[in-house]
Design a protein around this ligand. Sequence first.
Ligand SMILES: [Zn+2]
Length: 284
Amino acid sequence: MLIGLKEALSYADSHSCAIAAVNTPVFESLVATIRVAEKHQVPVILAHAQSHEKINRITDIGPAMLELARRSSVPCVVHVDHGEDLDYIRTGLELGFTSVMLDGSRLPFEENVARTAEAVRIARSFGADVEGELGVMTGNENGDPDQGVADEALYTDPEVAGQFVERTGVACLAASFGTVHGLYHREPHLDLDLISRLRARTGVPIVMHGGSGLSQDEYRACIARGVRKINYYTYSAKAGLDGARALLADRAGVFVYPDVAVAATDAIAEDVGSFVRCLYGIGG
Ligand SMILES: [Zn+2]
């Protein structure tokens, strides 16, 4: 069934877990993620990032995300990830997305507050909630070796975060405490104490971006401090490619493209499965 962001976050609070927010820019990752959530009977967030428009447009993949969410046996949030402008967020809300992220983290503070507050106003008129972002997370998803390092000078300041949440009305906050987007090229250095201080000062759940590539212990430590939503994309996308490659290595058995899509779906489901089991504290 389709649910809102706040419902998912309160599930996470009451179960001391973090909700898996998986980017599903292709049908294979969408089907794989729902399969995993249904297998373990846990809520999940299906996300489409504005930067993934080149893979599939939100107006194409969005209705599929919504339809599969509605008929799923588990609660699903359908979320705009890293919305860069208000028009894009509005497009998602008009399709029926129940949650949006406005990423104003690269804007000056006052502009980030103004644009995020406007996103909250628009989202509320659709009965939806907003995730904001404060503090800059470096990195990209293309494996640039100079990008995969977090810069402590850019970590989110709890006092500024508190003001940001009060002034914007966001339901949760993506903050910078040591993770980077994309692939890690050095050992991540997580500031766990900062997560506790952010949670205490803002009063809202903290969101981890750049969740690919951390150890299970690191996820659990962040959840213990107040992280309630963890975004996940790069490693599942890589798992899909590895699954396709493994199949193609034995070309004799492959005659049509859908065979590759099936192999990719299975590989993504396996990867997202271990991520989900860690976040929700499921054994096996
Ligand atoms: Zn992100």
